[in-house]
Write a protein that binds this ligand. Sequence first.
Ligand code: NCD
Length: 353
Amino acid sequence: MAHYPGWEAFQALSLEEKSKRFMRDGALFDIVYAQQFSKEYLFQLFSTAETIRTIAKTKQGCDFIATLLSDKRAMLFFVQPSTRTFLSFLSACHLLGMRTSEIRDVTTSSEVKGESPEDTIRTFSSYVDLIITRHPDEGFVEMAAWVLNEHANRAIPVINGGSGKDQHPTQALLDIYTLHRALEKLGGIEGKTIMMSGDLRRGRTVRSLCRLLALYNNVTIELVAPEKYRMRRDVVEWLKQKNVKVSETEDFDSALKQADAIYATRLQNEYDKEGEASSISERFYLTENHLPYLKEHAVIMHPFPRRDEIAVTLDHDPRAHYWKQARNGMWIRAALILTLFQRQHCLDQFPKL
Ligand code: NCD
């Protein structure tokens, strides 16, 4: 993809080696893959997110938080549709006092004049201190982080807000944070069965979430999808290598009964090939008819947007966590951004905690 020297050599590296290039002073700098996170890092983020949301309950607290990154500017380069990821990142930046600029359509940037994506990214880095980006090309975010680290005078952090069908690491953060909060009183995520259903082949959220669940002991992942939309083998094989128990089935109703958490996802038909008209059977539609089979504490989740995966009539059930999940995105993204700038400890300076 990249035309700058060194790209091929970088591409030949293992993910572990590549990840090392995305660190600075022993800390995460660019967030490109979910595999970059350790369990310790997650727990620190959860704690930072809890502190931010507690302080933000008052005007005095919000005014304080808005000083933490008031010297920083962020660029949101989102060239694939987004509602929640875009808005929760934007809100997180604003909460922290950052100023933001955005491009949501490449037709408004110089790429239409033939500028290379590398030059476009380097241009952004001339004006801002953080780039958050979503792109349909799977390798775009990796390239952006690489080009800034290797070739730019101002290397600034890059955060992956969704890379094609491959990864969505910050969605995985808010998903795992939601699970952590919901299961806290039940002994946490360890030992639990997490069911994922829908278009697992092309959904990037489930691919990234699997990587984070593998950090917990004794987790079982139930992948529930029609044959055509099964999880791709790279993730399944990786999970097995990590000793995660994985089962795959098309039997939605039976899987539901076992699940401590149900993570429903939609059909990703924007990736359909020409002439393909994909669909998912009604069997994968969670409705009030299923409620009697669910565990009493089952955590129902969805990354959104929702279509026919979860009936709106379930929204008031105490097990429905998807609206909380969407809001958790703002808190955990604020915690992540603050941590990337290594200012999370500044929260201790708030007088009334
Ligand atoms: C997801 C995405 O973009 O991958 N949405 C989101 O960020 N919350 C899920 C989806 O589009 O299905």
